[in-house]
Design a protein around this ligand. Sequence first.
Ligand SMILES: *Cc1c(COP(=O)(O)O)cnc(C)c1O
Length: 427
Amino acid sequence: MDNFFLKSNLIWHPLAQKNDIPITICKGQGAYVYDENDKAYLDLISSWWVNLHGHCNPEIAIKIYEQALKLEHVIFSGFSHGPAIELCERLRDFLPTNLNKFFFSDNGSTAVEIAMKMAYQYWYLQKKDKPLFLSFDGGYHGDTFGAMSVGANSGFHSIFEKFFFKVLSIPFPDTWDDDESVNEKEQKSLELLELYINQYSDKISSIILEPLVQGASGMRMCRPSFIYRLVERVREKNILVIFDEVMTGCGRTGSFFALDQIGCEPDFLCIAKGITGGFLPLALTITRQDIYNEFLNQDQKFIFTHSHSYTANPLACAAALCSLSILERQETQHAIVAINDAHIRGIEYLKLHCKHISFFRICGTISAFSIKGIIPENLKAELLNGGLLLRPIGNNIYILPPYVITSKEIDFTYKKISSIVNKFFYA
Ligand SMILES: *Cc1c(COP(=O)(O)O)cnc(C)c1O
């Protein structure tokens, strides 16, 4: 115990504050992780949205081991390897046919940086200077400077504001069960879009958005038809479209990608988080052949200058290939539907039993709801004590579980949340 404590004093944990003491986790299995006293926590947020098929999934673990004995890594500039090639081939089955050029990196933020750099340079190579980006209020695209810039109107990174490049931001028309103002909100967003594109369209290189669900700002959900209209409109103005599906990809929203429900194709698609099933860092920025062709130039000074040491790591690719196979299976597809059904039941339960909760919303395997007022720190602690690994955002609680979770465990979760919240507000 002492030993663990000393160790944790050395580490600067993400988003840590003075009184935060991290829980040391010693093992994981299925939907659970276990601390040093063997206390189980039901991982209801898939360890920050990365885990798909459970912790320590043995099939993926074995594939990584086998790959490690063959080729652990090789420089990806001037060299290639089987797992990367096979992964792109396999991903094509899940993608619109025109998205067929794959650029590897190793996290969501860089996948976004790459898309933005490509979008800007694409126009630059055609002698068009388009330094502006469109984005959404509440959007989150990562913690690097470019990604922070397009998330500027979300308040996550305001300290660094003076370094941000210029972004035009539109309100995100988030909606929920029985929301009567959704048409009005969407109309407002589209009107502001119209204003921006009429004034600046020849200066805007691209628009970036999280399709269907804004994750980090509290699982804010919008209607697919809104995104469809938006994309149609910006296309007419030659603005490239970047879908950041870092969180929404790999079955999260019920379809393989959120774009499948929207019915339109982006020019760039960013994926990361769940792609390796939660085992290893890997990301992809996927675009079209004709965009790639613009970059093929004899002059070295126009090359796309972006690379990372661990680009297309073979172990990560092997994990991703295995994760995709599991994801494709009927039993996983059924599990995704079952999670959605359990969310519907759970929300009904909360509506009946918990007066302090409102703004109910569900998208595929994600459900979210809001507590009236900010969630007190000790309520969060109570959820953890109760064995629920949840991480509320502001006044929102959300559930985004690995696909191996059972309906019973989800039913239990809703009941437990309800009793803890009720105890808190009536005590
Ligand atoms: C998490 C996230 C990112 C950043 O990904 P990292 O791998 O944490 O850098 C970008 N976009 C979205 C939508 C995300 O949810």
